[in-house]
Design a protein around this ligand. Structure first.
Ligand code: IPE
Ligand code: IPE
Ligand code: MG
Length: 248
């Protein structure tokens, strides 16, 4: 659109991951209950997914519910679960029409039946889509994910499938929930905090991190494109010197 921040379509991040934070404060600032903010946040999710599909982002990972979020008041947890279920139901056709494959990471066995079964159904219905992957982090924690992967590695060592001396980074990567996905290039956190809160601890090792004060319900197309535009101005050195990087 006319006033969009300028982005270079030839140098897009392949994978963008977002910590969608600030719903509660956004609502409280309006004298509304926290769930009002979570509902408004679902609107931002819709818009950001749409922009990603439009500009050609391969993978979008959204941190929707952390392993630690189970410790919130039970009413907020059940409200979030019902927003999740409603989102999945209302978005299925749009995902099918737009070639979006739904995936998830996290310990989804902990989710209540309703959202879990809806999630599994939607993932199955969209499994053949190849234009974009929408990856929802649900009941997700980076440490929990790594612990589960290490358990599997332990089992493979015990059964003789794997020699501990031969364990590679790939052996770890392929046992994480994100197996098969590229690492995130750009990690965005809205809501003003500058921390990772247990998100993609292994995968984000070289992600460019973008923190913004904007609360998630206010994070829309323009703010998102601005984050991508800033990402494109950074120099990713991966341990090398700037001179090495510019020499290509
Ligand atoms: C993020 O918003 C959504 C979830 C964690 C589910 P918050 O609910 O954390 O909002 P704040 O940080 O309290 O404002
Ligand atoms: C991180 O937000 C988790 C999600 C956005 C789902 P939190 O609001 O839970 O993070 P902390 O607890 O403030 O670090
Ligand atoms: Mg928060």
């Amino acid at each position: 659109m006319v006033n969009d921040p300028v982005i270079d379509a030839g140098r897009l991040p392949r994978h963008i991951a977002i910590i969608m934070d600030g719903n509660g404060r956004w609502a409280q600032g309006r004298n509304q209950p926290r769930l009002f903010g979570h509902k408004a946040g679902a609107g931002s999710v819709r818009e950001i997914v749409e922009v990603c599909r439009e500009i050609g982002i391969e993978v979008l990972t959204l941190y929707a519910f952390s392993s630690e979020n189970w410790n919130r008041p039970e009413q907020e947890v059940s409200g979030l679960m019902s927003i999740l279920k409603n989102y999945l139901i209302s978005e299925l056709n749009r995902m099918l029409d737009n070639g979006i494959r739904l995936r998830c990471i996290g310990d989804i066995a902990r989710l209540p039946d309703e959202p879990r079964l809806t999630l599994l159904d939607s993932m199955e219905s969209t499994a053949g889509n190849t234009d974009m992957t929408l990856n929802l982090a649900l009941s997700y924690g980076g440490r929990d994910e790594m612990t589960r992967a290490i358990r599997q590695i332990g089992e493979d060592c015990k059964s003789g499938k794997l020699d501990p001396q031969d364990i590679t980074e790939e052996d770890i990567t392929t046992r994480l929930d994100t197996a098969g996905l590229p690492d995130p290039d750009l990690l965005i956190r809205t809501g003003g905090e500058a921390r990772l809160s247990n998100f993609l601890l292994w995968q984000a090792s070289y992600a460019e991190i973008y923190f913004t004060e904007t609360m998630w319900p206010d994070f829309r197309r323009t703010q998102f494109l601005k984050a991508i535009s800033e990402f494109q101005q950074r120099e990713r050195r991966f341990g090398k010197t700037s001179a090495q990087v510019t020499a290509g």
